[in-house]
Design a protein around this ligand. Structure first.
Ligand code: DX5
Ligand code: ZN
Length: 211
């Protein structure tokens, strides 16, 4: 199990120090929101670029944008290793995946809680990760939606039956208990924002999510 602390819950006035406290995690999850696709705004590529020299972690950028393809280049140039976009926001999903692969980054596909896994089926052979939203995207600190567990199981089954190799990543409401449920369901990577950053002992929180 790998862990991706979500910097959405970090103290943005001390981002460099905050990043230092979660170095034990494999990935850093970066939430990008536009106020259209979700009712909230966060950071842009300039902040991602400013963070880049302060971490060797994989920058796992989650675009919650109405027109994500228009911003691929900006977030790749800023230092993203993964770009995850929402299936609900893109017309030509194959083109978007090919664009990302052509630029040398990993392509992730995310789905909101109400979007069925079946919508992802045509793309599962091509993508590097699936980001299952276990809360409505837009805000940190929400409660885990248990309806996401059958989706994780379904993605795990598809992966095993067909020999696909995407990572199953779960985002929203992760704590020690929900991490265990996601792990049992077949998750590979867990995103955790408030559970990690609202604690003084981040390393132990990372360990709790991982184990
Ligand atoms: C929500 C974001 C999440 C968020 C998770 O739209 O995509 O990454 O930071 O926060 P917690 O772990 O607090 O639910
Ligand atoms: Zn996210």
């Amino acid at each position: 199990m790998r862990v991706a602390p979500s910097i959405l819950s970090a103290d943005f006035s001390r981002l460099k120090e905050e990043i230092d406290t979660v170095k034990a995690a494999e990935w850093l999850h970066i939430d990008i929101m536009d106020g259209h696709f979700v009712p909230n705004l966060t950071i842009g590529p300039a902040v991602v670029k400013a963070m880049r020299p302060h971490s060797k972690q994989i920058f796992d950028t989650h675009l919650m944008l109405a027109n994500p393809e228009a911003y691929f280049d900006a977030f790749i140039d800023a230092g993203s290793d993964h770009i995850t976009f929402h299936i609900e926001a893109v017309d030509d999903v194959f083109r978007a995946i090919d664009t990302l692969h052509g630029k040398g980054v990993k392509a992730g596909l995310s789905l909101k809680p109400k979007t069925p896994v079946a919508d992802l089926h045509p793309y599962l052979a091509k993508i590097d990760l699936v980001l299952v939203m276990s809360v409505e995207p837009g805000f940190g600190g929400q409660s885990f939606m248990h309806e996401s567990l059958p989706k994780i199981r379904e993605l795990k089954e598809w992966k095993e039956k067909r020999g696909y190799d995407y990572d199953i990543v779960v985002d929203g409401g992760i704590n020690k208990e929900t991490a265990r449920l996601c792990k049992e369901a077949g998750a590979d990577v867990l995103v955790a924002g408030s559970f990690i950053f609202r604690s003084k002992n981040r390393e132990s929180r990372i360990t709790e999510v991982r184990s």
